[in-house]
Design a binder for this molecule. Structure first.
Ligand code: SF4
Length: 342
């Protein structure tokens, strides 16, 4: 997965950053790993330990939820099924990859099949450039002219496969490296800004904020903006950046007011806590009230929570009833799709 990879700790140019640098050549990873990255590292460690059959896998499994254990087991079973009887390398030292001047670590390599696997947690994203970098290094190390990368999206139980020839992988990595070193490179506000170390100071984002604040002055013709798809798209993109800054500013202002500081025009308000009855009390009365009406009032349980409860409360030989998992109707939301500026 590539946590902590790279020859130079401060360099943004490392395989795991290539997908972000392909969109914004000025991206710089935040040195503070967020909870999502920490979870990724933990599941990655569990995946390696399970593949290698290490004793410590039991200790690691204690830190995971039942759903996470199931996600890791699924990933391991995919590697086993796809590698057949071939040897799978999973020790970090065996999976280290050198590419041009970059270094990274693949999650599992099957040299005889010219294949590697990379475990991914969280939302499905683009990892093509990172996979191209690993493929390039592994082709060099294993004297191969083509290479296959399997991305294991363990939370979704989905596999995405990328096949590269040496030339293809080289061209993909080279393009990102060149744009990273381009002295005229420009920041490109994108979906990765929230993770970027420059999020609060980036001139491109500050310019977007300036643009949005200017258009909201008197005389701003909102109807005309709504009628023009081009202007509407730009306004939404700029507003998203303003919203991001607003969230960060709210945190700082709250902290300042809590510690006795002043933010003119703003104050902290304490809301009355909502009323509730704790679950022990409900349990005490549930027999008389009837399980059905009480459970109905509680509503549906997420599949992950039910899985967790099942693994804790049911005998291990009782398989989880997959048919009990229902899917809510899909919902529609607006997502920014254009990541390159005009
Ligand atoms: S904040 Fe966004 S646009 Fe600016 S350098 Fe970082 S990723 Fe690029």
């Amino acid at each position: 997965m590539g946590q902590g990879e790279g020859g130079n700790a401060v360099s943004a140019l490392r395989p795991s950053n290539l997908p972000k640098l392909a969109v914004c050549p000025c991206y710089e990873s935040n040195p503070v790993a967020g909870p999502a990255a920490e979870r990724g590292t933990l599941l990655d460690t569990a995946f390696r330990a399970e593949l290698l059959g290490l004793e410590e896998r039991f200790v690691i499994a204690n830190k995971l939820t039942a759903d996470e254990i199931a996600a890791v087991s699924w990933s391991v079973s995919m590697v086993r099924a796809m590698s057949g009887r071939e040897r799978v390398l999973a020790r970090e030292d065996d999976c280290r990859v050198k590419i041009l001047n970059l270094t990274g670590t693949a999650d599992a390599i099957v040299p005889m099949k010219f294949t590697h696997f990379d475990l991914k947690t969280g939302a499905r994203r683009n990892y093509r450039e990172q996979m191209a970098a690993y493929a390039l290094g592994l082709m060099g190390a294993h004297f191969a002219s083509s290479w296959t990368a399997h991305l294991l999206f363990c939370d979704q139980r989905e596999i995405e496969t990328h096949k590269f020839t040496y030339e293809e992988a080289h061209a993909i990595v080279d393009q990102v490296v060149k744009s990273f070193h381009d002295p005229a490179k420009k920041p490109n506000p994108c979906e990765y800004c929230g993770w970027c170390a420059k999020a609060d100071t980036c001139p491109a984002r500050l310019a977007m904020v300036g643009e949005t604040l200017t258009v909201t002055e008197p005389g701003f013709d909102f109807d005309a903006l709504l009628a023009d798809p081009e202007k509407l798209g730009r306004f939404l993109a700029a507003s998203a950046v303003v919203e991001d800054f607003r969230e960060r500013a709210k945190k700082i202002a709250t902290e300042r007011l809590k510690t006795g500081g002043v933010v003119p025009g703003w104050k902290l308000v304490t809301r009355k806590g909502s009323e509730f009855v704790d679950c022990e009390t409900v349990g005490h009365h549930i027999q008389r009230m009837g399980f059905g009406p009480v459970l109905n009032a509680y509503g549906n349980l997420s599949a992950a929570k039910f899985r967790d409860l099942w693994s804790q409360r049911m005998p291990s030989e009782k398989p989880f009833p997959e048919e009990a998992v229902k899917h809510a109707a899909p919902s529609t939301y607006l997502k920014q799709s254009k990541t390159k500026p005009n």
